[in-house]
Each structure stands twice: as structure tokens, then as C-alpha cells.
Design a protein around this ligand. Structure first.
Ligand SMILES: Nc1c(NC[C@H](O)[C@H](O)[C@H](O)CO)[nH]c(=O)[nH]c1=O
Ligand SMILES: CC(=O)[C@@H](O)COP(=O)(O)O
Length: 166
């Protein structure tokens, strides 16, 4: 994938009611995280969505923070951001696999989550993917969350008043 190429081709959803996103970021690599957050903020702003940002120590804590936030029922969707760079041991595999799987499981339970946690071999790969003017993975994760929020709202209004599964 070219440095400035992105595959987020869907048009952003349009909302008639306010949307509130929670960005959960692990600033393990602060500069990378800052770029991911900037990309997510820009995409959220393009949709008129409100953003709150919280920080956790690492990628493994991101899904737990989302699960805790979901209990508050204050947010329409979540953007998971972070960067995992392979080191000398197998811990990379644990961090990548466990954080992504936990995020997917939360999604299957109905949380609208976009996953922008980078899992890369080296810093150069991370930099180009975090850059809002590059592959903009933070913006893509925010777009994913917003699309799921739109879908959730669409189907919630369609089933309102129907007391049974059609
Ligand atoms: N190596 C990276 C980590 N490791 C830390 C874990 O995510 C976690 O915070 C720790 O195991 C305590 O539970 N985290 C990243 O986000 N990125 C890494 O490259
Ligand atoms: C992804 C990691 O957990 C990694 O940064 C840890 O580095 P190492 O495997 O060299 O301990």
C-alpha cells in the first residue's frame, strides 16, 4: 500500500441527531498516537460528531476501557487507537491478538467500535499509517465507528414499535 494511499472509500454517514464518540488511545508511542487521534478527530468533525478522548497505558487496556465505558451508556461509538511494534519476544503476538480479539468480541456484543490499533514491524510502518495525510488509520477507525453507529440507529428506528422479531 502506498504511503499516502487509504482504502476508506465509503462516504461518511449523515446524522440527524448528535453523535458522541469516545476515543480510547494507548499512547505507548506518543507521536504516533497523537497523529492517530488527530485523524480520528478530523473524521469525527466532518460528521459533526462530538469526541471525548481518554488514555490507557497500552493496547491491552483499550478493550477493557471500552467495556467500562459501555456500562456508562454515554457514548454512541468508540474508536480504539494505539500502536504495537514487534520487539524481541512473542509478547507482540499476545498484545496484538488479545487486544484485537477483545475489541471484536465487544463489537459482537453490540458496541460500535472502530479499531485503529496499529500492529507493525517497525516505526517507519507506524508513522505512515498514523499520518492523517498518509494512510490515516485513525481517521479510518473513526469512520468505521461512525458507520456502525449509523447502522445501529437505522435498524433501531426500523424495529421500534415491533414487539417481535420479524
Ligand atoms: N509493547 C506494547 C505494549 N505493551 C503493553 C501492553 O499493551 C499492556 O499495557 C501491558 O502488558 C500491561 O497490561 N502496548 C502497546 O500499546 N504497544 C506496544 O508496542
Ligand atoms: C509489542 C511488545 O510487547 C514489545 O514492545 C515488547 O518488546 P519485547 O518483545 O522486546 O519485550
Amino acid at each position: 500500500m502506498a504511503a499516502n494511499e487509504t482504502h476508506y472509500t465509503l462516504a461518511l454517514p449523515v446524522f440527524d441527531k448528535p453523535v458522541k464518540l469516545l476515543v480510547v488511545v494507548a499512547p505507548y508511542y506518543k507521536d504516533i498516537a497523537d497523529n492517530l487521534v488527530a485523524g480520528a478527530r478530523a473524521t469525527a468533525a466532518a460528521c459533526g460528531a462530538e469526541v471525548e478522548v481518554i488514555e490507557v497505558p497500552g493496547a491491552l487496556e483499550v478493550p477493557t476501557a471500552i467495556a467500562l465505558a459501555e456500562r456508562q451508556a454515554k457514548f454512541d461509538g468508540y474508536v480504539a487507537l494505539g500502536c504495537v511494534i514487534r520487539g524481541e519476544t512473542t509478547h507482540y503476538d499476545t498484545v496484538c491478538n488479545d487486544s484485537s480479539r477483545a475489541i471484536s468480541l465487544l463489537g459482537l456484543q453490540g458496541a460500535c467500535i472502530g479499531n485503529g490499533i496499529l500492529t507493525v514491524e517497525n516505526r517507519a510502518q507506524a508513522e505512515v499509517r498514523a499520518d492523517p495525510a498518509g494512510q490515516n488509520k485513525g481517521g479510518g477507525a473513526a469512520a468505521a465507528a461512525l458507520h456502525l453507529v449509523a447502522l445501529s440507529r437505522k435498524w433501531a428506528t426500523q424495529t421500534k414499535g415491533i414487539g417481535f422479531r420479524a
